[in-house]
Ligand binder design. Sequence first.
Ligand code: FEO
Length: 167
Amino acid sequence: MNRDIIYNLLNSQIAKEQYAAQLYLSMSAWFYERDLDGIANYFRIQSKEELMHAEKFFDFLNDLGGKIVLQSVEQPPHDFTDAQAIFEKALEHEKLVTQSIFAIVKAANEIGDYSTASFLQWFVNEQVEEEATASQLITKIKLVKDNPSALYLFDQELAQRVLTPGE
Ligand code: FEO
């Protein structure tokens, strides 16, 4: 089996996860600037998770025997309109990542690369969670954004998030 197409897709996916880490760190900075440190914490943890995703792809590609070729990662946006726009962009981005992972699953199945398809199953499941969480947060920010005390509580809630290894 010639896995060249899979190696290319996995290398691209490393960069996509690294870009997601940059995007979420930029979102985190936006909230820190506005003293919403709890929401900033949420995105900072999200950024770290994305780096862990990049490393999972890195390690798997290495285990497969593929050549790791790191790619440049573009600059993320920093001039967001408001908090709701940030949460909406986060969901939109997760949907792109889901499509990208599905494309690798499809390519792996087409060439009978069941090892890669099996490895990707964790990400397929993870994306369901990521999109569900992003969607819930949009609902919440819409409810609280014009109410300072509710926003304060929301910020406190997101301050509780900690990095969970393996996610
Ligand atoms: Fe690595 Fe949020 O997907």
